[in-house]
Design a protein around this ligand. Structure first.
Ligand code: GTP
Ligand code: SPV
Ligand code: MN
Length: 580
């Protein structure tokens, strides 16, 4: 079918195992997409919305988010999966999966989807084949990854053992019988029982993060849960920033920020995943994806007008509400008149303001091609990537962590990432709002031992000139009544400006044991609705709180076993003794 011997043999085995009625090589051609959407409408899988080529998909009500406790790393050795991953012994995992997949495509069409991650034609590019019985997955993959004849040609000349093989089946959608299994040694993904994004669009988290992180470790690069933006300064200098925030913690919003500051411009390259490779003069990054799979709730004309205009065409919405005139609606958009009939994310007719819980699911999403975004950088498809000047780490931290601080060197920066914590969100099943450690925002996505991952990060600086500066940011400090102190969203440009000025070396800092903080005189904050005492709180290192924080980080590192790299442990001790 693909004209590549080992891959075709694998496909034959998969067909024999899954027993589909039809097999469809899906390249995302316009004829295929027209036919696919028509059949999905006929089968009630998507409904047209108002606007141009906008669609609504409602998932099974239990299948709305990633399931971390059903996500497994099936490496040969358990210690390779490490203390933070769920491990399954690969041979026994295969026995379980074989039984689940056996005959599982009966009565269904098998879509064989050859895809590329990252722009074609450079060192970053990787290929995969996703086999799925889900038309929703096929449609979503056509937005989120590069498909088509050129990709197929490139796969035919790639090394077949480098091509990631992914098998996905909808199954019965029983939440207790969901499996997202990764086999790093053989570059395989087996996903059963969920059609939700991160569980089912295998090019995304499964390939581009979990498997790619292992490939990256072995080859001296990094696969990260990061946005990428291009910044233009008033003097015309171009800088690039990558930022790792956990799921539903602001990557898409920062990526699509529009600058309100005279002379400052910001453009997006990616909003979720970055692959970073050493180049001749620094660390270069690409976004391996081809689309945005963004959180809908909270997206509004005030918070993210770019996303709002992007989703007026060519967009698949999942689990949003619908108004009577066929527009998508979610919490955060302008309220409708009280009592207006709205169809909620489950498909029930409700009265607006009925007090029966959210109309859109808190993890409802939009799927839109990159090219829909009016602030897309000209370099979005550059196979060589862009040179990164600054890396940001940040999570939802109600206390302690300042609005922004700069690491004094690479080790302290890696410590910022390794010790990151954030309140959990609706992007994964389970309790929301619980503070947990989420190193580099990769806790759910690092495909190998997290301690080795820290070492790999530390080692990246050794051979490379012009390593990015590392910063910690926190948009989510709260007051006693639980309100956010910093207005966030568009106002984050003030923090980005300071970071940029640190990169170009034009402003000085205030040194503290935990990092360099801005001098108040270097932050104008014009137009930001915030009191001076609040600003002071956001820019103060509270020694008592930081003693507790350092102790909590030490406990966390201890919980990871004895392989946490010594430079991180030593740095914590230095900080502890330097704190007043
Ligand atoms: P994933 O796609 O799950 O990886 O999420 P993400 O990191 O891209 O998060 P996203 O930008 O979609 O934001 C998630 C939620 O956080 C949305 O409801 C946003 O409205 C909200 N949010 C984003 N930025 C800010 C901010 O600066 N301040 C506040 N208070 N909320 C924010
Ligand atoms: C995340 O949860 O971090 C996402 C959405 O970006 S998903 O692709 O489902 O993982
Ligand atoms: Mn994400």
């Amino acid at each position: 079918m693909l004209g590549v011997e080992p891959l075709d043999r694998w496909l034959d085995q998969v067909i024999a195992l899954c027993q589909p009625d039809n097999v469809d090589l899906f390249t995302g051609s316009s004829e295929q997409l027209i036919a696919l959407k028509a059949s999905m409408v006929e089968d009630g899988i998507i409904d047209p919305l108002s606007g141009t080529a906008r669609w609504l998909h409602r998932s099974d009500p239990t299948d709305v988010a990633r399931m971390e406790h059903r996500t497994f790393i099936c490496s040969q050795r358990e210690e390779d999966a490490g203390p933070t991953n769920h491990w399954l012994e690969p041979q026994s995992a295969k026995i379980t999966l074989d039984a689940l997949f056996s005959g599982s495509f009966a009565g269904r069409t098998m879509y064989v989807i050859p895809y590329a991650m990252a722009p074609l034609g450079g060192a970053f590019t990787q290929f995969g084949i996703e086999v799925t019985d889900s038309p929703y997955v096929a449609l979503s993959m056509s937005i989120m990854t590069r498909l088509g004849g050129t990709v197929l040609d490139a796969i035919q000349s790639a090394n077949p053992t480098d091509v990631v093989r992914g098998l996905h089946c909808t199954g019965s959608l029983d939440p207790d019988n969901r499996w997202v299994c990764h086999f790093p040694e053989t570059r395989e993904i087996w996903s059963f029982g969920s059609n939700y994004g991160g569980n089912a669009l295998l090019g995304k988290k499964c390939h581009a993060l979990r498997l790619a992180s292992v490939i990256a470790r072995d080859n001296g690069w990094l696969a990260e849960h990061m946005l990428i933006v291009e910044l233009t300064t008033p003097t015309g200098e171009i800088q690039h920033i990558a930022a790792a925030f956990p799921s539903a913690c602001g990557k898409t919003n920062l990526a699509m920020l529009e600058s309100s500051l005279e002379g400052w411009g910001i453009r997006v390259l990616g909003d979720d995943i970055a692959w970073l490779r050493p180049g001749a003069d620094g660390l270069y990054a690409v976004n391996p994806e081809y689309g945005f799979f963004g959180v809908a709730p909270g997206t509004s004309a005030k918070t993210n007008p770019v996303a709002l205009s992007m989703t007026t065409q060519d967009t698949v919405f999942t689990n949003v509400a619908v108004t009577s005139d066929g527009n998508p609606w979610w919490e955060g958009l302008d309220p409708l008149p009280e009592g207006t009939a709205v169809i909620d994310w489950r498909g029930s007719v409700r009265a607006f303001g009925d007090g029966e819980g959210p109309l859109a699911h808190p993890n409802s999403r939009f799927t839109s091609p990159l090219t829909n975004c009016k602030t897309l950088s000209d370099n979005w498809n550059n196979p060589h990537g862009v040179r990164i000047d600054a890396i940001l780490f940040g999570g939802r931290r109600p206390t302690t962590i300042p609005l922004v601080m700069e690491a004094q060197d690479w080790t302290q920066g890696v410590l910022y990432g390794a010790s990151m914590a954030s309140q959990t969100t609706a992007a994964a099943t389970g309790a929301v709002g619980v503070l947990r450690r989420d190193p580099m925002a990769m806790l759910p996505f690092c495909g190998y031992n997290i301690c080795d991952y820290f070492s790999h990060w530390l080692g990246m600086a050794e051979s490379l000139p012009n390593m990015p500066k590392i910063f910690s940011v926190n948009w989510f400090r709260q007051d006693e009544s639980g309100r956010y102190i910093w207005p966030g969203f568009g106002t984050n440009i003030h923090v980005i400006k300071w970071i940029s000025e640190r990169v170009s070396g034009s402003v000085d800092v205030f040194q503290t044991p935990v990092g360099n903080l801005p001098l108040r005189t270097n932050l104008a904050f014009e137009g930001v609705d915030i009191h001076e005492e609040a600003v002071e709180l956001l820019l103060t290192v509270d020694a008592v709180a930081w003693h507790e924080e350092v102790d909590a980080i030490r406990n966390y590192f201890a919980s990871l076993g004895d392989a946490v790299p010594t430079p991180l442990i030593d740095r914590l001790s230095t900080i502890k003794t330097s704190l007043a």
